[in-house]
Design a protein around this ligand. Structure first.
Ligand SMILES: [Zn+2]
Length: 108
């Protein structure tokens, strides 16, 4: 019980932080007080619950800072470790943002 309540709280906090604008997993972990590796799992659940309100979790893909390669194919939420093109580890982290919402999408 306590564990799932905590998870619900974390997700509502994530949602509030994401509503402010795009955030990386690292920024989210710092704001909500969870490990960076836990963020992806919470975001998956959050994305599912957002659908009910017509919102969507949009992921801005990871980019390679060395050659500009964009990880478009990547559907997992966690961060890749290096660029498949140039093997650089200088990657701009994916950023997450909530888009859409009840405004304009609701039934009047
Ligand atoms: Zn690269």
């Amino acid at each position: 019980m306590a564990l799932s309540e905590r998870h619900v709280t974390i997700r509502s906090q994530l949602r509030r932080v994401l509503a402010e604008g795009p955030r990386t997993a690292r920024e989210l972990s710092a704001r909500v007080g969870i490990g960076e590796k836990e963020v992806a799992g919470h975001l998956r659940h959050l994305a599912r619950s957002l659908r009910q309100s017509g919102e969507r979790l949009h992921v801005e893909p990871t980019r390679c800072l060395a050659c500009g390669f964009v990880f478009k194919e990547r559907t997992r939420l966690d961060k890749p470790s290096r660029c498949p093109e140039c093997k650089s580890e200088r990657l701009a982290a994916s950023r997450f943002v909530i888009v859409g919402g009840p405004r304009g999408a609701g039934v009047s």
